[in-house]
Design a binder for this molecule. Structure first.
Ligand SMILES: Cc1ncc(COP(=O)(O)O)c(C=O)c1O
Length: 363
């Protein structure tokens, strides 16, 4: 699906890692603060707090935003389970709202209908790197005095009307999992915010509930971002805009070749939404998605189903009545993500797209 080793200059990385080894400050070393500053400058936000994963960024982000037991948090069923797991970790309740089949993001009309007096937050997920309708979400959250959390695990470098994703909500939760747009060489994450209170609270939560060593004020976590990951990411972030441009070129080439194939829907650009194409995801109609995946595999071409099961249908909810959410249920049987990474050549993109076309010619 991607070649992670192609994404960096080994000599430059080794120089960064050597500096960490020699410095000896393996926890909370200077690279962590440098990365927090770089990311907050890049996204145009006041504060950033490095954490050990995107999952922790959601849990700590929700807690720092004041979400607690009994609260309802509206989110999408078409995402990775970590989004909902974070809500459960706060002993709050996820309220799943169906998605728009074209953007794979929350359907705004349904969000309004799902609000109750217990709703305390919305987690929007910029799925596959495609921006949610931030103007609408901001308006709903302001009107009802609820928090907005952006799950930006897949959307680093994406924009909405020129403004970077992650800078809209009370909290932006970032993942630096290796395969993400800004990927590390292990687990890492971060929250970004413009709120000093959320920033302070997140810093406390990441360090066992203490801002001052041995003065613990709450039950927190050991969730620091490793210095070595920060050093790696400082090198990688240099090329993030280049990577964004290249991901868009690859997506445009796929869409150009695949346009007009009956039964396939390619991602449709939305005016003002700067898609960062973490994934290039097709919708395959007519029950032919699994056949296409198998065909690609016989030609040694990877493809992935993100996600095969909408969250409300997961075994964990087998005794709960959380549906129906018909669009998400249908979309899970239609989506197929094709290989994409910034260093992918046009020839490889063309080869993959031709294999997809071959399948439809044959079947
Ligand atoms: C939408 C979404 N949210 C959260 C996460 C969790 O991030 P991490 O793996 O860094 O914990 C992921 C990672 O796959 C994700 O895709």
């Amino acid at each position: 699906m991607m070649d992670l080793t192609a994404a960096f200059d080994t000599d430059a990385i080794l120089a960064r890692l050597k500096a960490v080894l020699e410095n000896g400050r393996y926890i909370n070393g200077p690279e962590v603060q440098e990365l927090e500053q770089k990311v907050s400058d890049y996204l145009g936000v006041e504060y950033a707090v490095g954490l050990n994963s995107g999952t922790d960024a959601l849990v700590i982000g929700l807690r720092a935003a004041g979400i607690e037991e009994g609260d309802e948090v509206i989110t999408t069923p078409f995402t990775f389970f970590a989004t909902a797991e974070a809500i459960h970790h706060c002993k709050a309740k996820p309220i799943y709202v169906d998605i728009d089949p074209n953007t794979f993001n929350l359907d705004m009309d349904l969000v309004e209908k799902a609000l109750t007096p217990r709703t305390k937050a919305i987690i929007c997920v910029h799925m596959f790197g495609n921006a949610c309708d931030m103007a609408h979400l901001e308006q709903i959250c302001q009107k009802h005095s609820i928090k907005l959390i952006e799950d930006c695990a897949q959307s680093f470098s994406g924009t909405y009307h020129g403004k970077k994703l992650g800078s809209f909500g009370d909290v932006g939760a970032l993942s630096f999992f290796p395969s993400k747009n800004l990927g590390s060489i292990g687990d890492a994450g971060m929250i970004v915010t413009n709120s000093h209170d959320i920033y302070t609270s997140a810093k406390m939560l990441r360090s066992h509930g203490s801002l001052k060593k041995y003065h613990n004020e709450t039950i927190g976590y050991n969730s620091r971002l490793d210095t070595i990951q920060a050093a790696f990411l400082l090198e990688k972030i240099i090329k993030i805009d280049e990577a964004f441009t290249r991901r868009n070129e690859i997506a445009a080439l796929y869409s150009e070749i695949l346009a007009g194939n009956k039964g396939i829907h390619t991602p449709k650009p939305v005016q003002g939404h700067g898609h960062s194409f973490h994934q290039y995801t097709l919708r395959v109609e007519g029950g032919r998605r699994d056949g296409l995946k198998e065909w690609l595999a016989t030609k040694l071409c990877d493809s992935m189903i993100y996600y095969p099961i909408p969250l409300h249908k997961l075994p964990i909810y087998q005794n709960s009545d959380m549906g129906p959410l018909p669009i998400s249920e249908r979309i899970c049987s239609e989506v197929l993500s094709l290989p994409i990474w910034p260093e992918m050549s046009n020839e490889t993109v063309e080869k993959v797209a031709e294999l997809v076309q071959d399948y439809f010619r044959r079947s």
